[in-house]
Ligand binder design. Structure first.
Ligand code: YSA
Length: 332
């Protein structure tokens, strides 16, 4: 009489004791090898009484399959715990760390900087946390001026009378004033940087955006220089066939003011505000506005990136969805 249950119990108990690969191999030889104990049971089926054969034959075959599975599971368990130990196999090939890539806004910002550098502009940066005076007052936007409503503002601290108020800059234009304090004409500079506005987002508006400010001051500059520079720039960026339009716009720190739109998916997308620097700003900088004139602009980098890459919704840029970001791998 073959007791398969007792055989299985014994086989499993000795398998549980196998603590390394060599003992597993030895166990295999003893139980499942060509002369192993279970193999012998299977071989002996033909010598059993006829009525015993089906039970023992089928049972021993099932046991064989189940012991094969048990030994395989035990082997992977041993391998897994070996991997957890401190043992280092110096012969294994190294694992390459996953490489990130540049964010599409960084790519676009760098490309814009290159283009303006080629056109003779310097590049400087300014503070993200700005004084109210530079963000508004010295750009001819005093407290209570309706133009302040154009940009809802994120104040950093409201100390009342105890100190100057600070905010996350709503635009890069305060750097016009800071630059004019330090440098004299001829001036040809761009200022890339992040800006923040307390406003609801939609397909073309984010609450955090990147701008590139441009400032050019020299003798005898006119609106023709402003238009010529910006049109040359747009053609370099998007090719000669791009359709552009200038429209009047109002900014207290320019006179006259305009916006530049680009044809996009059957519609117009405004990419920047611009204008001739207001004579009072030139005068406040200690320059004679009869002698010096200039133009300035503030461009939205996310909008340029939308045009460049055909992105329909600006909110994709800061959602951090790797499926979106991976599409920019390998781009320059
Ligand atoms: C105007 C005249 C100058 O002489 C110099 C600069 C300027 C621009 C001004 N400082 C300004 O910020 N104007 S703006 O509010 O119209 O923004 C300029 C550009 O930034 C827009 O044309 C757009 O491209 C982008 N922008 C504005 N708000 C945005 C935005 N991009 C994404 N999300 C927003 N919420």
């Amino acid at each position: 009489m073959v007791d398969l249950e007792a055989l299985e119990a014994e086989a499993r108990a000795s398998l549980a004791e196998a603590g390394d690969e060599a003992s597993l191999d030895a166990w295999r030889v003893v139980w499942l090898g060509r002369r192993g104990r279970l193999t012998s049971v299977l071989r002996g089926v033909r010598d059993l009484p006829v009525e015993e054969r089906p039970r023992v034959g089928a049972g021993a075959n099932r046991l064989k399959v189940s012991l094969e599975e048990a030994v395989a599971a035990h082997r992977s368990q041993l391998l897994a715990s070996a991997a957890d130990t401190d043992a280092i196999d110096v012969t294994l090939p190294g694992r390459a760390p996953p490489l990130g890539s540049l964010h599409p806004i960084t790519l676009t910002r760098r490309m814009l900087e290159r283009t303006f550098r080629d056109m003779g502009f310097d590049v400087v940066e300014g503070p993200d946390v700005e004084l109210e005076e530079y963000n508004f007052d010295r750009l001819r936007i005093p407290a209570g001026h309706p133009a302040r409503d154009m940009w809802d503002t994120i104040w950093v601290a409201d100390d009342g009378d105890s100190g100057p108020r600070q905010l996350l800059r709503t635009h890069t234009s305060p750097m016009q004033i800071r630059y004019l304090e330090r440098r004299s004409p001829p001036i040809r500079v761009i200022v890339p940087g992040t800006c923040y506005r307390y406003e609801a987002t939609d397909a073309t508006h984010e609450w955090m955006l990147t701008q590139i400010e441009g400032l050019v001051i020299d003798r005898n500059l006119s609106m023709a220089h402003l238009k010529g520079t910006l049109e040359a720039f747009v053609r370099r960026m998007f090719g000669a066939d791009i359709e552009t339009r200038f429209r009047c716009d109002y900014f207290p720190f320019v006179e006259p003011g305009a916006e530049l739109g680009v044809r996009w998916q059957g519609d117009w997308l405004e990419i920047l505000g611009c204008g001739m620097v207001h004579p009072e700003i030139i005068e406040d900088a200690g320059l004679d506005p009869e002698l010096y004139t200039g133009f300035a602009f503030g461009m939205g980098v996310e909008r340029v990136a939308m045009l460049r890459y055909g992105v329909r919704d600006i909110r994709h840029f800061y959602r951090n969805d790797v499926r979106f970001l991976r599409q920019f791998e390998g781009r320059r």
